[in-house]
Design a protein around this ligand. Structure first.
Ligand SMILES: Cc1cc2nc3c(=O)[nH]c(=O)nc-3n(C[C@H](O)[C@H](O)[C@H](O)COP(=O)(O)OP(=O)(O)OC[C@H]3O[C@@H](n4cnc5c(N)ncnc54)[C@H](O)[C@@H]3O)c2cc1C
Length: 433
């Protein structure tokens, strides 16, 4: 028989960016919060390791500015396409800083998890949430009927991977933050809308003399060794520790998506890396590893009676550029806030779901919709080819594009980027999805 725990205020499933941010913010408010994490930290996480200004803002709000200042800082994005190179500084913004960092996820996620522990959260590492515990059947052995709305949760059954012990961890509210594959979310009925784009990416590390370059880099028209165009865009993010993170991503809107072998793609990209980085493409530091990028808010539902979904589990990666760490921090923080407000109020469960889903829709809804349309359009190689050809003729145009793609539009200013985005929003409002 599994042991039963005390009843916590909040349980986070996963202690990656979304779960650890939720745990940190809940602990800061004095809540009794526990996160369960199936891995022991520090652990590797497949990622580009790029922190944009939005992510830096969230980490700063959590009190990690000093720790971050030890990491490799960058001032903007260098874009390469059609034999041209452009350096685009991060745009100025009233809320977000004009710099970012590149930090290995092994270090970054451990930093935040330790910080959440320091704030008073409990984190159970090496413990996997193996099934939701529903109020209706606390032994949790009955399967939910198909399409039935998920009932309230009692918590989760967890398995301590070292001892094999099973524990029924109880909580008044649960935040599902178990990442792109989100088995726990799926057990609650959350599903990705397959009509919407998702991404796929693969990365590795190389030693490079340019490891401390102050720009992160993106290549928008990559060719294989035979000179044929490769689907997707490549990145090179310098870590400042002797190495660079190099990877390539592509979207499911690309017509041959399912047939693309990402290991082959990574190998071709390694051989196409600009000479500037002086890498040996035959000697990556580790074998390349890939992963999925659920984007544009493509997972639903994002809330149930007493549970909320955050980060990749909710599909919150930005479809314009594949960044998801910042959105995981933001949604983890918001989910914790809504959960605790609700626990402290006398309002019903419908109110919790409504408040969180309304916030998500107001904060990201239209932006993600525009991003999904963009993802659909650039799935056509000839379109992206033409777009980048035009873009690379104008530094100003590319600076606007960066402001839009990094989601750094200024709410109360109507600059050219905001005007261009407003036009795209108009189109998105009229679209079906
Ligand atoms: C190749 C690649 C490159 C990327 N590059 C970037 C980038 O440069 N910048 C950027 O911003 N984003 C990038 N992303 C996206 C980014 O990695 C994700 O958006 C981000 O990690 C989401 O955070 P999360 O907390 O939602 O999920 P995760 O980071 O996946 O964390 C989920 C955690 O939950 C744990 N977990 C899962 N299931 C359970 C369970 N049942 N019980 C207990 N614990 C569980 C996992 O071990 C994990 O630690 C990239 C993604 C990929 C695949």
């Amino acid at each position: 028989m599994p042991k039963t725990s005390k009843t916590y205020d909040l349980l986070a499933i996963g202690a990656g960016p979304a779960g650890a941010a939720a745990a940190y913010w809940a602990a800061k408010r004095g809540a009794d919060v526990v996160a369960v994490e199936k891995q022991t930290f520090p652990r590797e996480k497949t990622c580009g390791d790029g922190l944009t200004p939005r992510a830096v803002k969230e980490l700063t709000d959590m009190g990690l500015a000093d720790s971050l200042s030890q990491c490799h800082r960058h001032v903007g994005l260098r874009v390469r396409a059609h034999d041209k190179v452009m350096e685009l500084p991060w745009p100025s913004h009233p809320v977000y800083p004009d710099f970012g960092y590149v930090v290995r996820r092994r270090e970054l996620d451990d930093l935040l998890a330790q910080h959440a522990l320091g704030a008073g959260a409990e984190i159970r590492f090496g413990c996997e949430a193996v099934k939701p515990l529903f109020e209706a059947e606390s032994s949790a052995d009955a399967a939910l009927p198909a399409d039935a709305p998920a009932p309230p949760l009692l918590g989760a059954r967890i398995k301590d991977k070292a001892s094999g012990e099973l524990i029924d961890l109880r909580a008044r509210c649960v935040i599902v933050a178990d990442g792109a594959n989100s088995r726990f979310g799926r057990a609650l009925g959350c599903q990705r809308n397959r009509e919407l784009a998702q991404g796929m990416a693969i990365r590795t590390y190389f030693q490079s003399p340019a490891h401390d370059d102050p720009w992160i880099e993106s290549a928008l028209d990559i060719k294989d060794r035979q000179g044929n165009s490769l689907p997707g865009y490549g990145w090179i993010f310098p870590l400042g520790d002797g190495s660079i993170n190099a990877g390539i991503g592509l979207l499911s809107t690309f017509r041959d998506y399912k047939n693309v072998n990402t290991s082959w793609l990574m190998d071709e990209w390694a051989h196409a890396l600009p000479d500037f980085w002086q890498i040996n493409p035959e000697s990556p530091d580790i074998a390349p590893v890939g992963g999925r990028l659920p984007m544009g808010g493509s997972v639903a539902p994002k809330a149930g009676p007493n549970w909320l979904v955050a980060g990749d589990a909710a599909g919150t990666i930005n479809p314009f550029n594949g960044e998801g760490i910042d959105y995981a921090y933001e949604t983890g923080r918001a989910a914790a806030g809504f959960a605790l407000d609700w626990l402290g109020s006398s309002s019903g469960q419908a109110q919790l779901q409504d408040n969180y889903q309304t916030w998500l829709a107001d904060t990201y809804g239209l932006y993600f919709k525009v991003g999904q349309l963009f993802a659909k359009a650039i799935g056509r190689p000839e379109f992206i080819h033409r777009l980048t050809q035009v873009g690379m003729k104008s530094q100003t145009l590319m600076e606007w594009a960066l402001r839009i793609m990094a989601n750094m539009l200024r709410p109360n200013e109507l600059g050219p980027a905001e005007a261009a985005y407003a036009a795209m929003k108009g189109i998105a409002r009229l679209s079906r999805n």
